[in-house]
Design a protein around this ligand. Sequence first.
Ligand code: 13P
Length: 283
Amino acid sequence: MELVTMKELMEEAHRGHYAVPAFNVCNLETIQGVLEEAEEMQAPVILQTHWSEAYYSTPQTVVDMVRSVGKNKRIRAAVHLDHGSSYEDAVRCIQGGFNSVMYDGSQLPLDENIRILKQVVELAGYAKVTVEGEIGTIGQTSEMGEKLEKSYLTSPKDAQKLVDETQIDCLAVAIGNAHGFYTENPKLDFDRLKEITEVVKIPLVLHGGTGIPEEQIQKAITMGVCKVNFSTVLRKSFISEMQAFMEADPENLGLMDILDAGKNSMKAAVKESVEMCMCQGKL
Ligand code: 13P
C-alpha cells in the first residue's frame, strides 16, 4: 500500500474526471472492509475518521491499523480526519500520522472559521498534510426542509473569501446534501455549484453521499467535485447484517463470525460507492 496525500488523489481525480470516495472507518473490520474492496476494484480510497471515531481508539492506532491491513496490498490511500472540531484535533491527528485533516468551522462566523483554518493550514504545511475546510453547513437529513435548503447553503462569495484567505486544499460545500438517510430524494443545487466553481478553483468535496442518486453524484463530479463522503450506508449494512446473523443463529457466540458477516456486507456498499465515483481501475 502506498499512503499518499488526499491532495494528490484529488488532483488525479480531477484530471481523470472521477472522484475519490472517502469512507468513515472506526475499527479493524471497517478498515479491512474498505481496503479489501479497494484492492479488489483497484480504486484509490480515502479512509477517514470523524474526530469521535479517531478517539474511539487513538489517531495513531487508526494509522497503525491502516498501515498493517494495507501492507502487501496493491492500493493507494489517504488517512483523513473528518469534521475535526478544533485546532487541537488537527494537532493530535497529524501527530498520530494522518496525512489529511478537515477543520469544520462552518457553524462559526466566517472570520472565525477563517482564523482557525489559517492556523490549521500553517501547521499542516510543515507536515505536508492536506487541509479540507467547510463553508455553509452540511447538517443532518433530519433537518431537511427550509432550514437546510436555504440559510445553510454555501454562499459562493463567502467560499471564495475563505479559500483565498486560508489557502486550504479542498472545500466541502453545502448544496442540498446532508448526513444520514434522506427521507425524500435530495435535489442538489447545481446552479449554486456552478457559481461556486466559477470562483473557487480548488477541488470540492461532497459530504452526505448516502442516498444521493447516482446521476446527481456523477453530475457533481463532472462539475468539479473530487471527493465524495460515505458513512451511514456502510454502518447500516454492517450492523443490519450482524443483526441478521445473530437472529439466525442466536447460540453462535463466534464474535469473529459475526463481525465477518458485517464486514462482508459492508464491502458491497463500498463497491457501489466506488462505482458511483467512477474510480474503479484508477490506481
Ligand atoms: P453520510 O453518512 O450521509 O454518508 O455522510 C458521510 C459524511 O459526509 C461524513 O462526513
